[in-house]
Design a binder for this molecule. Structure first.
Ligand SMILES: Nc1ncnc2c1ncn2[C@@H]1O[C@H](COP(=O)(O)OP(=O)(O)OP(=O)(O)O)[C@@H](O)[C@H]1O
Ligand SMILES: N[C@@H](CCO)C(=O)O
Length: 290
């Protein structure tokens, strides 16, 4: 049996809209086995148990790229990444499906090929890059070629995923954004994004706190998360800083102190007892066949 484990990913990191993404220590896995009918899928809601399933679609794309007939397959999902909450559940599906096909046929896909194929399906590389490589990825697309570089993140940074009990649609979170921005804002974003990448690498929380403040999407998207301000205040009151993970609704807190991370969780639980929380570290390996 082939089993692919993929880390959750947190895109944007405030000022790195559609470019930066971080792999974190929360994992989902998908297993692939030969079967006697075309397709059977378990471990997900009935609405995802069809040929439209994103893992299967990526598996088919992988087979086609390798110029192989798509085999009958049983897919079993062991899911821990909440769906449509801004933690890269779609990147998990895409990377697992492509790597499943590669392992099935011993196709020898390079990580660069995986990234190109995954980006074609996802539309942007900020989640799929760290899902494949681990760590913090900075990516861009140039004439259809995906470029990505990786930063190791200081081990003393703690991440806390604050996951509301409601979804934010990625489509709506993209539609709400303005169509243009000024030169002034572009200059602000570039300087902050470059400094933020370094701040993650050296674990400078003071610099992270000032560099992470976004002007490109977060001011608009915060309107789609009714508890954004309250969550932000809880993080700030406990020596942390917070950004919207991906297109939301998850908000990610960062601290340099495990006790502060635990305090953020207990205060969030008091105010929002139905939210899911996870105290996470950075994943350094990316997706693996296990
Ligand atoms: N465990 C799963 N089983 C089946 N389908 C899944 C699973 N996880 C994700 N998906 C697919 O991925 C889609 C969610 O993708 P979407 O981009 O909206 O959210 P996300 O990837 O979790 O968030 P973000 O891209 O902001 O991090 C679902 O609608 C479904 O098609
Ligand atoms: N960069 C993407 C991530 C969500 O898929 C966005 O923020 O819309």
């Amino acid at each position: 049996m082939i089993k692919i484990s993929v880390p959750a990913t947190s895109a944007n990191l405030g000022v790195g809209f559609d470019c930066l993404g971080l792999a974190v220590s929360l994992y989902s896995a998908a297993s692939f086995e030969p079967y006697d009918v075309k397709l059977t899928i378990s471990g997900c809601a009935p609405k995802y148990q069809s040929e439209d399933n994103l893992i299967y679609r990526a598996f088919v794309k992988g087979c086609q790229f390798l110029q192989k007939d798509v085999p009958n397959v049983k897919i079993t999902i062991d899911n821990h990444i909440p769906i449509s909450r801004g933690l890269g559940s779609s990147a998990f599906c895409i990377v697992a499906g492509l790597m499943g096909a590669d392992a099935w046929f011993d196709g020898g896909l390079s990580k660069e090929q995986l990234l190109d194929l995954a980006t074609e399906i996802e539309g942007h590389p900020d989640n799929v890059s760290p899902a494949i490589y681990g760590n913090l990825g900075a990516s861009f697309i140039d004439e259809n070629e995906v470029q990505t570089v990786h930063f190791e993140v200081a081990a003393d940074l703690h991440f806390v995923a604050l996951i509301p009990d409601y979804q934010v649609s990625t489509e709506k979170a993209r539609q709400i954004l303005p169509k243009e921005m000024s030169y002034q804002t572009a200059i602000y974003q570039i300087g902050h994004a470059v400094a933020l990448s370094k701040a993650f690498e050296i674990g400078d929380l003071k610099l992270i706190k000032s560099a992470i403040v976004d002007k490109m999407h977060e001011p608009y998207r915060s309107q789609l998360i009714p508890d954004y301000q309250a969550a932000k205040e809880i993080c700030q009151d406990n020596a942390g800083v917070m950004y919207i993970s991906g297109s939301g609704s998850t908000m990610m807190a960062i601290t340099t102190d495990g006790d502060a991370a635990d305090k953020i969780i207990s205060n969030i639980k008091k105010s929002f007892p139905n939210w899911e929380t996870h105290h996470l570290s950075v994943d350094t390996k990316g997706a693996t066949a296990i």
